[in-house]
Design a protein. Structure first.
Lengths: 696, 191
């Protein structure tokens, strides 16, 4: 017995000694971070990450081969700690989740019957798959086999569905998918994702300047999940209440239903979802990536600035908005009248954005109160300039400075701030754009007896939104078409009494495709008015260039005073840390254009601050149309009437600033949502034969 | 020399550790989904098994038998194999980092592999000489690798075949393993 005891003790001792001695002899220097990271991984040696055990994964992180979120079962705190050890931006460490971007499945037409090996990889070798859609899901489920966590199942419609609660973001499905359909991305990556030519995109989404996934939010409304719809819209557009009211919805022009029937009323559905959130009184929570401590300044709190700030904040930056006016909102607060976008609604929307942790400084004007130097000294590493286009073009005719002459944006912003302007009884607005219509309708509400709109072409060429023109006709605004102002006539006090204009006729089409108006000799006509508002376009106010440092004088402008920039990345051509977007980059355009540009600039700023090359998005769509999704006929459509927009009766609305357009009631909205064909690139759900096409 | 050849053949084919003795089934099923991991595992087993076979034979012959404490065999072998694997891991990391990286996680994993323990005990029970136990350890390990790699090849193909739902994954794996075992049964008459 003694021998046995001694033997075991001896053998134990020998093993211990040999090992401890060996650990000295065979000591290999190892980066201490590897051990620190390994302590923060799950320690299960499960291999889910694709590396041979936790220590290999830790080593891969240190070598920069793997991201801090490599561990598929680690908690978000664990990921943040790993990122901290590596000194990396925790924003890029937010958890990754798989997402199937194709929900066409079996409804795409079949090219041939495939009876070969049961694998997407093999199938994609034969002419890219058995379906006519070149980008869509092949439906044999390579991703399901690749998933080690049971997070993907074949859905009933022939495409895999990801269970986000089970998904750990390991990326195995993405690697297994021969198409670019399953994408494993972090929230930050998704927020800064842009439409690509090979994407699974419906015609409406291709056109939307903000690139909203329109069919997705409409089908969420269909299911009654309005909060999800709000979240889907917020992935691309933080100003859904405002856009739901003022957007001229270019998406609806491309609606596939519109080829055979009236298009789906997309924007009203957006407004319905947005109003639902506001009326419910509780905000749908918005998730942000962990703060990465880097500061970005946004000059201008208009739609472009708000959008850029919102996306930068959501991917983890510290953002401060500098605004010259007393409140945020820019042109949508000071240029869009109360009856189209109530200030209360706008306040609620902007509060939702600023409460994400965005600092705001109002009443500070770039160039006079602060300059480029003060921002750089204060530690802002990149600057977004979204200063809008607030300088009205002047008429440039004799007498345009007389008492009673106003300029469009100036007039709108002053009345929006509650200033009592000395207006007369009869007024005319010169111009045919949205600003002109806004001025005319505002003056009507301010109590003027007669308001004319003077435009040098005809109604067909008016650039204003059709609904706005119709509404102003209903409200009794008189249109004077084919009229070019030639002189403003005043009395002895220097006050306007008449506008003299020349009659025009339409000649040859010009560069914009509209027929050029040609003046008729000797056709001078007088229009009796005491107030004239000129709304013939605006340009950015470039006065900031005169008063600050030498550096800002290097900022290149175009001949329209817009900031010269690379239109794909929105980086200014002259000063690398200045980015721009919205009206200050393009001249006056849509709110939704500015929102899209804000997000595009946020992507470039993110790349710039990470020290990566600011390359344009590969195969970027940028509002172009995908050839194969252009249809001339759409079989299987039964015309169903489009939901009418409810609006206040004319006599109730024209003497007040109460909102004119009303939101759709829930039953109407659901009915309208059901008119949506849930299109993708080439496939869609026809009205009558959903079942049949699925079995084909 | 001929005897060693016969011993090797019998260890690799006739008495294959996986398919005839059914030892080490957990790595057999666990690491056979991909050819790459199967090869890594096979290499690690060859390496460890040869080392363990030699050391345990020496321990048994020169310590346990003279002291008449054979009842401590299992206990001491576990301790020795575990320490050996640790030692080998340290040694490889310093001296042959390429091999260390290649074997990766499989090296520490086979600390608890029953095939290793089984072969060491077989060597003693069969009363092999030093050379015989060296050959047998090596051949058993080769047999293990052979079976594992064959099986991984088959499973990679099964992966893209239409398997009825109740039989998917491990169940079809076990059925396949049974059939390979049956086919190995044909070697029985050789030696």
């Amino acid at each position: 017995m003694t021998e046995a005891l001694l033997f075991m003790l001896g053998i134990g001792g020998v093993c211990g000694l040999v090992l401890s001695y060996a650990s000295k002899i065979f000591y290999v220097y190892e980066d201490p971070r590897i051990a620190m990271i390994e302590n923060n991984l799950a320690g299960a040696n499960c291999g889910g990450c694709g590396y041979a055990g936790c220590s290999s994964a830790a080593q891969a992180v240190v070598e920069g081969k793997a991201s801090p979120s490599v561990c598929v079962i680690s908690s978000s705190e664990g990921i943040a700690k790993v990122a901290e050890i590596m000194g990396m931006d925790p924003g890029s460490a937010s958890p990754r989740v798989a997402n199937n971007t194709c929900d066409g499945g079996k409804r795409a037409n079949t090219k041939y019957h495939y009876l070969g090996v049961n694998s997407c990889k093999a199938l994609s070798g034969f002419f890219g798959g058995q379906r006519e859609c070149g980008v869509g899901c092949l439906g044999l489920g390579d991703c399901i086999k690749a998933c080690n966590f049971g997070a993907i199942d074949m859905g009933p419609d022939g495409f895999p569905v990801v269970d986000e609660t089970m998904c750990v973001g390991c990326g195995a499905c993405e690697n297994a998918c021969p198409k670019n359909i399953l994408q494993v991305k972090t929230m930050s990556e998704r927020l800064l994702d842009f439409n690509q030519e090979d994407g699974a995109l419906a015609p409406c989404s291709q056109r939307c300047p903000a690139e909203i996934n329109i069919p997705k939010y409409i089908s969420e409304i269909k299911k009654g999940d309005y909060k999800a719809a709000v979240q889907t819209i917020r992935m691309r557009n933080p100003l859904l209440l405002s856009c739901g009211r003022v957007c001229p919805h270019p998406c609806e022009d491309l609606c596939r239903r519109g080829i055979e029937d009236e298009p789906v009323s997309i924007n009203q559905l957006k407004r319905f979802a947005a109003d639902y959130e506001m009326k419910s009184g509780t905000r749908v929570p918005i998730t942000c990536a962990p703060d990465n401590g880097r500061k970005v300044a946004v000059i201008g709190g208009g739609p472009a600035g708000l959008s850029c700030a919102y996306f930068l904040r959501r991917v983890g930056y510290q953002v401060t908005i500098f605004e010259a006016m007393p409140k945020l909102g820019g042109i949508i607060r000071y240029g869009i009248p109360e009856y189209r976008l109530p200030k209360k609604v706008l306040d609620w929307e902007i509060e939702g954005i600023t409460r994400l942790g965005i600092e705001t400084r109002t009443n500070v004007r770039f160039g006079s109160d602060f300059g480029l130097g003060s921002l750089v000294t204060a530690g802002y590493e990149a600057i977004f300039m979204g200063i809008g286009a607030w300088k009205d073009y002047s008429l440039g005719i004799p007498g345009d400075h007389l008492e009673g002459c106003y300029n469009g944006i100036n007039f709108l912003s002053r009345s929006a701030m509650g200033e009592k302007l000395p207006l007369g009884k009869k007024a005319c607005v010169i111009g045919g754009g949205n600003t002109a219509v806004d001025c005319a309708r505002t003056m009507l509400r301010l109590g003027l007896e007669k308001v004319y709109m003077v435009y040098r072409r005809t109604r067909k060429e008016m650039p204003a939104n059709e609904v706005e023109i119709v509404a102003s006709e209903h409200e009794g605004i008189d249109f004077v078409f084919l009229a070019a102002p030639s002189k403003v006539i005043g009395n002895e006090d220097g006050h306007v009494t008449h506008l003299e204009y020349l009659k025009m006729e339409l000649g040859e089409p010009d560069a914009s495709g509209r027929r050029r108006p040609v003046p008729v000799e000797g056709s001078e006509t007088l229009l009796e008015v005491d107030t004239i508002v000129t709304a013939i376009g605006q340009s950015p106010d470039a006065s900031f260039k005169e008063e600050t440092s030498r550096r800002i004088s290097e900022l290149a402008l175009t001949r329209w005073s817009t900031i010269d920039n690379d239109p794909t990345t929105l980086q200014s051509t002259s000063i690398p840390y200045i980015f721009t977007g919205g009206d200050s980059a393009t001249g006056p355009a849509l709110v939704v254009d500015a929102i899209g540009a804000g997000r595009r600039a946020a992507r470039s700023i993110d790349l710039f601050l990470k020290g990566e090359k600011i390359a344009p998005v590969e195969k970027s769509l940028q509002g172009k149309r995908i050839e194969e999704s252009v249809f001339t006929t759409v079989p299987g459509i039964t015309p169903i009437k489009r939901a009418e927009m409810p609006e206040l009766p004319v006599n109730e609305r024209i003497r007040s600033f109460v909102e004119v357009d009303q939101v759709l009631p829930e039953d109407q909205a659901l009915k309208e949502a059901n008119r949506c064909l849930n299109c993708c690139r080439t496939c869609y759900n026809p009205d009558n034969s959903i079942k049949e096409s699925y079995n084909a | 020399m001929g005897d060693y050849f016969v011993l090797a053949i019998s260890c690799i084919f006739v008495n294959n550790i996986l398919l005839a003795q059914f030892l080490g089934n957990c790595p057999f099923l666990g690491t056979s989904k991909k050819m790459e991991t199967a090869t890594g595992m096979a290499m690690a087993v060859v390496f460890v098994l040869v080392m363990a076979g030699i050391i345990t034979w020496i321990t048994d012959t020169y310590l346990l038998k003279p002291l008449d404490i054979e009842f401590l065999r299992t206990l001491s072998f576990i301790l020795i194999i575990a320490s050996l694997v640790q030692f080998v891991e340290m040694f490889l990391k310093k001296s042959i980092p390429a091999l260390y990286a290649g074997l990766g996680i499989f090296l520490p994993l086979i600390t608890t592999n029953c095939a290793v323990m089984g072969v060491c005990l077989i060597n003693i029970n069969e009363e092999y000489t030093f050379m015989q136990s060296l050959v047998s350890s090596f051949s058993y390990a080769v047999g293990f690798g052979l079976a594992l790699i064959l099986f991984a090849g088959i499973r990679e193909r099964i992966n893209i075949a239409r398997v009825p739902k109740p039989l998917q994954d491990t169940s079809i794996g076990l059925v396949t393993a049974g059939m390979i075992a049956l086919s190995f049964f044909a070697f029985k008459g050789m030696v």
